[in-house]
Design a binder for this molecule. Sequence first.
Ligand code: UDX
Length: 454
Amino acid sequence: MPYQGHINPMLQLANILYSKGFNITIFHTNFNKPKTSNYPHFTFRFIIDNDPNDQRYSDLPLQGMGAFSRIIFFNRYGADQLHNQLELELSRKDEPPVSCLITDALWHVAQPVADSLSLPRLVLRTSSLFCFLTYASLPLLGDRGYLDLSENTSASLLDGLGYVDLPHNTHLEEQVVEFPTLKLKDILKMGYKKENDAIGEVIGNMVKQTKASSGIIWNSSKELEEPELETILRDIPVPSFLIPFAKHFTTSSSSLLKQDRTFFPWLDQQPPNSVVYVSYGSVAQMDKKHFLEMVHGLVDSKQSFLWVVRPGFVDGSTWLEALPDGLMGERGRIVKWAPQQEVLAHKAVGAFWTHSGWNSTFESVCEGVPMICSPFWGDQPLNARYMSDVLKVGVYLENGWKRQEIANAIRRVMVDEEIRERVKMLKQKLDVSLIKGGSSYESVESLVAYISSL
Ligand code: UDX
């Protein structure tokens, strides 16, 4: 799946398996292709969108939520090419035999293709177990009427700016009976429409074909999601392997954008836990009004900050045109893209104001950094709720972008010793899980043994 939030964990997993002795061949699209020279030890094959004149793919948006429409079309039209390329790989006599195919869970059409070739397919699910269980319950949640309000939300996942404005409704704060962790607004914020929703269809197929796979690899840990793991093991009859990828490899070599490192001398001079790191991942976009609330919230918090503003992040701007002159002062640095894991591991960073994408969320936990959560859509509202209400390692800005609430939340997270202590404990548990006998260590070993047995 050619998106930064999916490429990173897939290549981290590939690195883990390579380090255990496996040969790796990567199938990728031309859209968002990773820098192959960073991976001389892997073989790359480009499939699906090789013809620049193929209008099924060439006319699709390159930026924003619309770029995600490729998920639908790769599933709709990509099966034959996947089949042909796999057949070719299986017939090569000069290479070691193929053990299995591992695909992103969202590429669900890979399951029937793999079945037709009698090739075991493992799934990499790049979000949390909690998210998967919620997605698996969408039909039930729809039947119970929870999605009835979804027709009135302002944006569908593919045509909106990327965050979901909710209609005013007194039920929004109510708990979802089947998922007591969630409020009705969390369900609606995911952004799925009740009817005729192509992304909803992909999610449904993703769940179905993940259950039909030979095994599931999760970028997560038993230390984080033990109750969810118990449910998954009870309800899904294939092995699950939970591995905290960020504890094994960084994502630097799979970065699609150039990483700015010029701010490190400045960051090195800041006192411990004094800087707020702000980044909203690789796809989120904002309008100017909400961007200005972010700006004022940061200024009013009076904290030092390192802020990643991707080119195109503010709708209608190339980069920082919407930023009022002189307002930010000398307290912070703004960059286009950063080596995120290195930043989170830096002693000066005291909090992460995140859009709650799963990679960012888990990287933050892996480095023991508390979060301010501002989710946009999809799994993000679920991750935000889980971090704030279940693990209690973050503060959820539930009412969107309002400068006063932002400033208060940032100040609170920076001084709240309990939140910091909890997330440090979680980091320590993750570290211990990597040692022989620990859950993550055993997960890697059993994954290696499992693939070898296929
Ligand atoms: C998307 C979805 O938004 C997310 O909810 C889903 O779980 C995965 O796909 P994205 O929005 O890009 O991903 O967020 P996230 O999952 O957090 O992934 C972003 C990745 O980019 C992280 O691995 C992060 O380390 C990296 N990154 C981000 C950088 O390397 N530099 C930056 O400046 C910002």
